[in-house]
Design a protein around this ligand. Structure first.
Ligand SMILES: Nc1ncnc2c1ncn2[C@@H]1O[C@H](COP(=O)(O)OP(=O)(O)OP(=O)(O)O)[C@@H](O)[C@H]1O
Ligand SMILES: [Mg+2]
Length: 255
């Protein structure tokens, strides 16, 4: 079905406008009047304490749940106006908990791009540094993973998620702690791959690591469901606020 979809393939603008959201099982809101605008092609890093509401941004953008008040907008249109498949087709995700469905590795990758050629798949898994791992499995790409299949480590799943995002080639990218389960030896190269992946896309990187946030166009600090600071790395350091604290814990040097 082809709808007269207004979604473009050039990177769109993203906006969270005065968003309030409370998980149904909670009494305090996860997002409490959060506003954040990301320009087309801009790379914004989001940092903040555990529970600040960072991953909730991703859930609302993907419409795993909807805002209680305010709106999430893509190119100035409320995302609730878009067909869900069109919205999700726009967004590449590498999340904190990568979900692999019960199926082969190839099927899990093809989810991102059903018509991907073998060559495209090979290129994506090579860039995500998961080719050797797949090659060593007894059935290679045909190995069954997921709940009842092969158990993969957090880092292995994350790299498959990166390969998926590479294949999907979407104009918006959300990386939720992309290197959190990847060991130090591989981190630099994976970070490099992800940096290349963000080029020309509207990107939100949720990160705990200084190395992934320092290069962002803008850094946003969240606390208790709101944006409390934003700016460049040097500007935020000079404020001696939450960001300075975050850097101090990362580097061991007091703010
Ligand atoms: N599925 C859920 N159901 C109920 N409450 C949730 C759910 N997911 C998150 N929360 C709560 O919402 C708040 C924000 O959580 P969120 O996952 O957005 O934090 P975060 O900033 O991503 O933290 P972290 O750095 O630990 O990943 C927290 O208080 C959390 O306990
Ligand atoms: Mg999170």
């Amino acid at each position: 079905m082809t709808t007269a979809s207004p979604l473009r393939h050039s990177p769109p603008k993203l906006e969270f406008a005065d968003v309030r959201f409370c998980y149904p099982t909670r009494r305090t809101p996860a997002l409490d009047g959060l506003s954040l605008s990301v320009a087309p092609g801009e790379r914004v890093a989001v940092v903040g304490r555990s529970g600040a509401g960072k991953s909730t941004l991703l859930g609302l953008l993907m419409r795993y749940f909807d805002v209680d008040a305010g709106s999430v907008r893509v190119d100035d249109r409320d995302i609730r106006e878009f067909p869900l498949v069109d919205l999700r087709a726009l967004i590449g995700v590498v999340s904190q908990d990568t979900y692999l469905f019960h199926g082969t590795i190839r099927e899990n990758l093809l989810l991102a791009k059903p018509d991907a050629t073998d060559e495209e798949i090979d290129r994506a898994v090579a860039a995500a540094q998961v080719s050797d791992f797949i090659a060593r499995l007894p059935r290679g790409f045909d190995s069954v993973v997921g709940d009842r299949g092969l158990k993969l480590s957090g880092g292995e799943r994350q790299r498959i998620a990166i390969a998926r995002a590479l294949l999907k080639d979407a104009p918006v990218l959300v990386l939720d702690e992309p290197t959190s389960s990847i060991d130090a030896a591989n981190e630099a190269e994976i970070t490099q791959t992800l940096t290349e992946l963000t080029r020309g896309r509207t990107t939100v990187v949720i990160a705990h690591r200084l190395s992934t946030v320092r290069d962002a166009d803008r850094i946003v600090v969240m606390d208790s469901g709101r944006v409390v600071e934003f700016g460049s790395h040097p500007d935020l350091l000079a404020r001696r606020g939450l960001y300075a604290e975050f850097v101090a814990t990362q580097t061991g040097v007091p703010a």
